[in-house]
Write a protein that binds this ligand. Structure first.
Ligand SMILES: NC(=O)c1ccc[n+]([C@@H]2O[C@H](COP(=O)([O-])OP(=O)(O)OC[C@H]3O[C@@H](n4cnc5c(N)ncnc54)[C@H](O)[C@@H]3O)[C@@H](O)[C@H]2O)c1
Length: 272
C-alpha cells in the first residue's frame, strides 16, 4: 500500500545489485511512494548487468560510481540533480563488502591492506558521499540520509569479523555528519540496523544460514525482511520523521533488546 509519503521528492539509491538487495526493495517502494530516483552502483556491478535491467524495469536512470572514488561521486551528485530536475531530498547508502571475509581470512589472521579496503568500501564511502554531495550543494534543505548497518557494530558477533569495526565507523559518521548537516541544512542522518537478510552480501558471511534461523527465533517478531526494511526507510525519508537524526535505529523484530530466550533454557528453542 502506498501513502504518497515521498511525493515530489528526489532520491539517490546506492547498492541495488539484484532482486534480493535491500536497496532494490527501497528503490521500488520509493517510486511507489511518489519519489523520483536515480540508482547507482560500482562499475563492476554494471558489467554484471543486473543493475541495468533493474533500472529499465523501474524506468529510472542508473549512474555507475565506485563509492570509494571521489571523482565518481562528484559525477554522480552533479548528474543526479540534473536528471531528477532539482536537488536531492534523500540518499540511501546500502553498501557493504569485506575483503577478508570474502577471502575467508579469520579475525585473528586478517590482512591489513584488505581491511583498509573493507573500511573504505563499507564505511568511509558514507563520509565521502555526504562530503561530496554537501560541497556540490546537491542536497535539499530538510533532506534525509540513511545508511544500513548491523548490530555487530555494538555487540560481538564473531562471524562478522572486520565488518563489525566498519559498521561502528559507519554509525559514528551518521552522528558526526548528522550534526553538521543538521545545523546547516536541517538534513537528518541516521543508520538503520537491519536483521540478517538473505542477500549476496549477507550470505557471504560464514554460518549465515544458521545464524539467520537463530536470529529469527530470538526475535519476538522474527527477522525483519528486506520489504519491511524498505517500508521503514520510507518513513525515515518522509517528513513525518523530520526531527529524527544522528540515531542508530534498530529494525530487527526486537532482537537487539532480547537478553535471554526462555525456550533455550527449556530446550523448546532448537536452532538446528
Ligand atoms: N544482508 C544482511 O544480512 C544485512 C544485515 C544488516 C545490514 N546489511 C547491510 O545492508 C547493506 C546492503 O547489503 P545487502 O544485504 O542488500 O547486499 P547486496 O550484496 O545486495 O548489496 C551490497 C551492495 O554494495 C555494493 N558495493 C560494493 N562495493 C561497492 C563500491 N565500491 N561502490 C559502490 N557500491 C558497492 C554492491 O555492488 C551491492 O550492490 C549493506 O550495508 C549491508 O552491510 C545487510
Amino acid at each position: 500500500m502506498a501513502y504518497g509519503l515521498l511525493k515530489g521528492k528526489r532520491g539517490v539509491i546506492f547498492g541495488a545489485l539484484d532482486e534480493n538487495s535491500i536497496a532494490t526493495h527501497v528503490a521500488r517502494r520509493a517510486i511507489e511512494e511518489g519519489a523520483k530516483i536515480v540508482l547507482t552502483n560500482a562499475p563492476v556491478a554494471f558489467r554484471a548487468g543486473t543493475i541495468k535491467k533493474l533500472a529499465e524495469d523501474l524506468g529510472v536512470e542508473a549512474i555507475p560510481a565506485d563509492a570509494t572514488n571521489v571523482d565518481d561521486l562528484k559525477n554522480l551528485f552533479e548528474k543526479a540533480p540534473e536528471i531528477l530536475g532539482g536537488k536531492i531530498d534523500f540518499v540511501l547508502h546500502s553498501i557493504g563488502m569485506s575483503v577478508n571475509i570474502r577471502k575467508k581470512r579469520e579475525y585473528f589472521d586478517l590482512n591489513y591492506d584488505w581491511m583498509q579496503k573493507t573500511y573504505d568500501i563499507s564505511a568511509i564511502s558514507f563520509h565521502k558521499m555526504m562530503q561530496v554531495a554537501h560541497k556540490l550543494d546537491s542536497l535539499n534543505e530538510g533532506g534525509s540520509i540513511i545508511a544500513l548497518t548491523y548490530i555487530a557494530a555494538d555487540r560481538t558477533f564473531p562471524f562478522y569479523s572486520e565488518m563489525a569495526e566498519a559498521k561502528a565507523i559507519l554509525e559514528s559518521y551518521a552522528r558526526s555528519f548528522g550534526y553538521h548537516l543538521g545545523e546547516r541544512k536541517r538534513i537528518r542522518v541516521n543508520t538503520v540496523s537491519q536483521s540478517p537478510t538473505m542477500t549476496k552480501a549477507g550470505s557471504g558471511v560464514k554460518g549465515f544460514a544458521e545464524f539467520f534461523e537463530y536470529s529469527d527465533k530470538m526475535s519476538p517478531l522474527g527477522n525483519a525482511d528486506a520489504a519491511s526494511c524498505a517500508d521503514y526507510c520510507m518513513t525515515l525519508f518522509s517528513d513525518l520523521t523530520r526531527m529524527v537524526t544522528m540515531q542508530n535505529l534498530y529494525h530487527d523484530g526486537g532482537f537487539s533488546k532480547m537478553g535471554m530466550h526462555p525456550g533455550i533454557m527449556t530446550g523448546e528453542l532448537r536452532i538446528i
